[in-house]
Design a protein around this ligand. Structure first.
Ligand SMILES: Nc1ncnc2c1ncn2[C@@H]1O[C@H](COP(=O)(O)OP(=O)(O)OP(=O)(O)O)[C@@H](O)[C@H]1O
Ligand SMILES: [Mg+2]
Length: 503
């Protein structure tokens, strides 16, 4: 057999052509299976974990399971148009979200696209949604308070800027309200807020946005929402998108508050996605890495060192419990990651104690060092006193012969509960909080009937506004207690003379 030169050159040409085609296979794949928000593709040999891919019809996907013969993709959008045999392309990008000031006042989905009907958001910057948490040397201990304006939190379980404080409780116990009120109170605190709504009803999110707008709080807030009607992958991504938007501000030296409402729903979405990707289920059918799901998110909360600009990102994750069971899988995980928890209890809520904070089971492990001096001094042992009052109260129901000291404790306890009650959307300034708690702990309220305490407090604050603005200003500006020369005591006494107990 003889081979002529022309044949050889065609063979070589063919080889070269095939070689190129082989290269293509690395970047373009074929869908071999699709359904329920998940697809498998063959041929995306070089795809990175977490890389964005684009389906033939423009829908984006996220590479999750990199297996030997195929790649498991989650579909970020409608999946009904995607068919077997469709092309899917690499983008070479890890998933990013738009970030920057342009997002303030807007409602966006986890991809950063506007969903509030106010037009596109023109941003110039993006950030990857997964990024490493600040390292040990870049951080500083939490030393500035984050004022929520809620007496029961600022006095009993203070939160510091850069802290992670879990808010946990059954359904309908006022969890979301705590977050909203904390956001409303940031209007003069130089804070940027990000509210991440995960798996909530669209109407609820709408209500929240309206409340924020009505109180002028939307101007410094970004709402990221993946509602219950969205596919699971978007619910899973929402908190990461939110924290990335926050990080941009933090690294520019600003203070940010991020609320994740709530992580139980995110964990359920992640479970759904993992089971569909055929990852082995573990406890409560959650995948093995559900701890990492939350720890890598919450580790991104930080107080940066002065060299890094001193910015902070405070995280308020929410977890919903079933029948008050805080020892279930997700609650215990998140409790162990955070710097404390605020436990909202339904029986307190229904008995009218709102916010329904259980003083015995709520703690803040770092906030105390960030609390204002004045507040720390007046509220020192308030939480423990209140917890012991709750125990004493249960015990006192059995007997009537109580000694004087016990009786006094019960009296004080009942008034403490009254003082810590607070209505919706009425955040209170630190100085007023300090004054009323001062009056309480110094015994000025002991002789006011319990049912009059709320009116006493309201009139006291009005009186202070009208008569002792100077004292309030002093407490606010110095952060210190003004009781060395008895100024605070004098003020309470002067007000008490004007207060008439109704018959
Ligand atoms: N401090 C308060 N004073 C009076 N009403 C309150 C207070 N906090 C919450 N509520 C009311 O209780 C109801 C439930 O509150 P909220 O929606 O905050 O609870 P949630 O725990 O977030 O509920 P869900 O489980 O549905 O998310 C709301 O109607 C709210 O108006
Ligand atoms: Mg809620």
């Amino acid at each position: 057999m003889s081979i002529n030169a022309e044949e050889i050159s065609t063979l070589i040409k063919q080889q070269i052509e095939n070689y190129e085609a082989d290269m293509e296979v690395n970047d373009v794949g074929t869908v071999i299976e699709v359904g329920d928000g998940i697809a498998r593709a063959h041929g995306l040999d070089n795809v990175m974990a977490g890389e964005l891919v684009e389906f033939q019809n423009g829908v984006m996907g996220l590479a999750q399971n990199l297996e030997e013969s195929n790649v498991g993709l989650v579909i970020l959008g409608p999946f009904t148009d995607i068919k077997e045999g469709d092309e899917v392309r690499r983008t070479g990008r890890i998933m990013q979200v738009p970030v920057g000031e342009e997002l303030l006042g807007r409602v966006v989905n986890p991809l950063g696209q506007a969903v509030d009907g106010l037009g596109n958001i023109e941003t110039t910057k993006t950030r990857p949604i997964e990024s490493p948490a600040p390292g040990v040397m870049d951080r500083k201990s939490v030393d500035e308070p984050l004022q929520t304006g809620i007496k029961a939190i600022d006095a009993l379980v203070p939160i510091g800027r850069g802290q992670r404080e879990l808010i946990i409780g059954d359904r309908q116990t006022g969890k979301t309200s705590v977050a909203i009120d904390a956001i409303l109170n940031q209007h003069d605190q130089d804070m940027i807020c990000i509210y991440v709504a995960i798996g909530q009803k669209e109407s609820t999110v709408r209500g929240t946005v309206e409340t924020l707008r009505r109180h002028g709080a939307l101007d410094y807030t970004i709402v990221v929402t993946a509602s219950a009607s969205q596919p699971a992958p978007l619910l899973y991504l929402a908190p990461y998108a939110g924290v990335s938007m926050g990080e941009e501000f933090m690294h520019n030296g600003k203070h940010v508050l991020v609320v994740y409402d709530d992580l139980s729903k995110q964990a359920s979405a992640y479970r759904e996605l993992s089971l569909l990707l055929r990852r082995p289920p573990g406890r409560e059918a959650f995948p093995g890495d559900v701890f990492y799901l939350h720890s890598r998110l919450l580790e991104r909360a930080a107080k940066l060192s002065d060299e890094k600009g001193g910015g902070s990102l405070t995280a308020l994750p929410f977890v919903e419990t079933q029948a008050g069971d805080i020892s279930a899988y997700i609650p215990t995980n998140v409790i162990s990651i955070t710097d404390g928890q605020i436990f909202l209890q339904s029986d307190l809520f229904f008995s009218g104690v709102r916010p329904a904070i259980n003083p015995g089971l709520s703690v803040s492990r770092v906030g105390g060092s960030a609390q204002r001096k004045a507040m720390k001094k007046v509220a020192g042992t308030l939480r423990l006193d209140l917890a012991s009052f709750r125990e004493l109260e249960a015990f006192a129901q059995f007997g009537s012969d109580l000694d004087k000291a016990t009786q006094a404790k019960l009296n004080r306890g009942a008034r403490t509960v009254e003082v810590l009650k607070q209505g919706l959307h009425q955040p209170l300034s630190v100085e007023k909080q300090v004054m009323i708690i001062y009056a309480l702990t110094k015994g000025y309220i002991d002789d006011i009937p319990t049912e009059e305490v709320t009116r006493f407090e309201r009139e006291f604050h009005n009186w202070l506004d009208n008569n002792r603005r100077d004292l309030l200003d002093k407490i606010r500006d110095t952060g210190k207690l003004q009781d060395d020369n008895g100024e605070m005591g004098e003020a309470v006494e002067a007000f008490k003379k004007t207060f008439v107990v109704s018959e």
